[in-house]
Design a protein around this ligand. Structure first.
Ligand SMILES: [Zn+2]
Length: 383
């Protein structure tokens, strides 16, 4: 952390002024000896947070590879393992290049899932822990042990996930307890048991659809209550919330709010998703992320959370300035609340994780997505 003075900036689009940063936090008086930075009249915003990524899957930095995955999950998984060997993908090199891209785009924190299964063992966990340690000063990284190929249907995976937590991974993951594992109760119990034993948080990929998906979601919420895991569980995607009747959606969201469960949505182009306004109205902690970036699952993605904010607005049919400011907040402070980080930004008392963007105001930043950005983390200029 360092002391910094940023002249000629407009915090949150207000009037031009000077930002004073002491010990990594925004203060209201000049700090003697602080380093100086000319903000060039830029808009100062809370740095972006990418709350759902797969750093171990990306091919970032390798030559373009045409999308070749088959339709079924097993085809996609086999395709991934083959393609990574074929291309000579190095998990640490590719993940580090993607992190550099995220930092360039103004991202100060990432939550990444990392595959764990009996074939991979803890190899990817070791790689991402190394990558995390190497980037300690420039970006916060949280890891989730992710049973991509199944949990109870793949004996040995649960033990590996628990071992991953003991190695330093922060959260236990899950995936489609009924559809992938065929035994929602066992899947959910396994995850929550590990969380109870280790003190880890939980972040579950939930792609199950319609009322059947909502049934599984209710089982997860039952477990949050039974294990007293309020405030420590995240649902990633939760498409079913956008697919069920309005009445059932309302009941699910009320339960999610009451149990303080967080929700992450990428506003995907191919599925319904939980309505942002309905979550905001209930005070649900919610955030967004890139999900897979340029990997064998998808050719899309560029680790740009300002572009993600635009996509959230586009898919939500948001047009007003206050709605565009809301999606920007979703991609910054929303991520902090989901990841359990201090509130950050350019306002008094906030942790000085700030991005400078050349735009007139927040709405214009979301629509134009200027590429030239400056990231300040804990009061230090990172990029
Ligand atoms: Zn994912």
């Amino acid at each position: 952390m360092t002391d910094l003075q940023i002249d000629n900036v407009r915090p949150m689009g207000g009037t031009v002024g000077t930002l004073h940063i002491k010990d990594g936090y925004v203060v209201d008086t000049p700090v003697p000896g602080a380093a100086a930075l000319d903000g060039g009249g830029a808009l100062a915003l809370p740095a972006f947070i990418d709350a759902h990524m797969h750093l171990d899957k990306t091919l970032w930095g390798l030559p373009w590879r045409p999308h070749s995955a088959g339709k079924s999950l097993s085809e996609k998984i086999a395709n991934e393992r083959n393609a990574r060997v074929e291309l000579g993908a190095d998990t640490e090199v590719q993940a580090s290049r993607l992190i550099a891209q995220a930092i360039k785009n103004g991202t100060a924190a990432i939550r990444s899932h990392v595959d764990v299964d009996p074939d991979l063992g803890l190899g990817n966990v070791e790689h991402l822990l190394n990558v995390k340690a190497a980037h300690n000063d420039s970006i916060d990284i949280q890891l989730v042990a992710f049973p991509q190929t199944g949990l109870v249907s793949r004996p040995g995976t649960a033990d590996l996930m628990e071992a991953a937590i003991k190695m330093g991974v922060e959260l236990i993951g899950g995936i489609d307890p009924e559809v992938i594992d065929g035994d929602a109760d066992a899947h959910i119990r396994t995850i929550f048991d590990i969380a109870e034993r280790t003190g880890a948080g939980i972040d579950i990929h939930h792609h199950e659809e319609d009322d059947a998906g909502a049934d599984t979601l209710d089982l997860i919420l039952d477990a949050v209550h039974a294990y007293s895991m309020q405030g420590r569980v995240t649902l990633s995607h939760a498409f079913c919330i956008g697919m069920v009747s309005e009445q059932r959606r309302s009941t699910l969201l009320d339960r999610i709010a009451e149990l303080d469960v967080a929700v992450i949505t990428t506003a995907p182009g191919y599925k319904p998703f939980p309505p942002l306004n309905d979550m905001q109205r209930r005070g649900i902690r919610a955030a967004s992320g890139s999900d897979g970036v340029r990997d064998v699952w998808t050719p899309f993605g560029n680790a740009d959370m300002l572009e993600r904010a635009m996509l959230l607005a586009y898919r939500s049919n948001f047009r007003r300035d206050d709605e565009l400011a809301f999606v920007m907040e979703f991609c910054s402070l929303g991520g902090a609340s989901v990841m359990g980080l201090d509130a950050h930004g350019p306002l008094l008392g906030q942790r000085a994780d700030i991005v400078l963007v050349d735009a007139e105001n927040i709405a214009e930043a979301v629509i134009n997505r200027p590429t030239s950005r400056t990231l300040i983390k804990n009061g230090r200029v990172i990029s």
